[in-house]
Ligand binder design. Structure first.
Ligand code: ZN
Ligand code: FE
Length: 255
């Protein structure tokens, strides 16, 4: 069977992504253990690796217990706060999982945290808390300059690429984004779609990078409408993307 990518819901808003072929499985950012362990049992899958994007508890909190049951390689950034990592990777490295013929490129995306990484191949991006659907991660450790650069890196990937982020935030993000760009038709469409899906308790992911470039204000800091909105919010911001990004991020944090 071809690669399936399924969400395992955890906590209030987290998705632990399971990549599997019906027999072998990789888990991404297991913040808790019970749900993914149950998933493996229920589907009769053998765990072959963990992928970790950053050190936050809601992304690694289940790793120890999972590894006690399934000792597998753990791919992640070099960070003493993630002692579970056995395969440290940084910008330009590849995470290879032969059991699933996965060959993922690693990008460093500092901003949400300083050592945050993402994994991608030609078709999928495992974005952690860097890029959300119609949003991006809060700046807990990095600067607006760093996050703008990280998002620029992701924005350069092909438009068909599917984005698997770690939280169900789309609807809230759309509500905020519509304050920034009330007249963006692509955004209005996404907001309607997300509202419909959430009403039925359905997942809004994955999106595609093309859809994000069209509607996600954090990938649109060079667009006139977004620059103008930032300058209305904080007069004198100017046009530098990192400055516009900083204003939009502060605005979202306060909303
Ligand atoms: Zn996080
Ligand atoms: Fe998170």
């Amino acid at each position: 069977m071809p690669l399936a990518i399924e969400p395992i819901a955890a906590f209030e808003t987290n998705y632990i992504w399971a990549l599997h072929d019906g027999s072998q499985c990789v888990l991404v950012d297991p913040g808790s253990a019970a749900e993914p362990l149950d998933f493996l049992t229920r589907k009769g899958l053998k765990l072959c690796a963990l992928l970790l994007t950053h050190h936050h508890f809601d992304h690694i909190g289940g790793a120890d217990e999972i590894l006690r049951n399934h000792p597998v390689p753990v791919w992640g950034p070099k960070d003493p706060r993630i002692p579970q990592v056995t395969e440290q990777v940084s910008e330009g490295d590849r995470a290879v999982v032969p059991e699933l013929a996965l060959d993922l490129q690693v990008l460093e995306t500092p901003g949400h945290t300083i050592t945050h990484i993402v994994f991608h191949d030609d078709d999928i991006l495992l974005a952690g808390d860097t890029l959300f659907s119609i949003g991006c991660g809060r700046l807990f450790e990095g600067t607006p300059e760093q996050m703008q650069r990280s998002l620029d890196k992701l924005s350069d990937l092909p438009g068909h690429m599917k984005i698997y982020c770690a939280h169900e935030y789309t609807l809230d993000n759309c509500r905020f984004a519509l304050q920034v760009e009330p007249d963006n038709p692509a955004l209005k469409t996404r907001a309607e779609q997300a509202a419909g899906l959430r009403q039925e308790d359905k997942i809004t992911l994955p999106s595609t990078l093309g859809e994000e470039r069209a509607a996600n204000p954090f990938l649109r800091t060079r667009e006139t409408a977004v620059v103008e909105a930032a300058n209305r919010r904080e007069p004198g911001t100017g046009e530098k993307p990192e400055a516009v990004f900083g204003v939009i991020r502060r605005w979202k944090d306060a909303s």
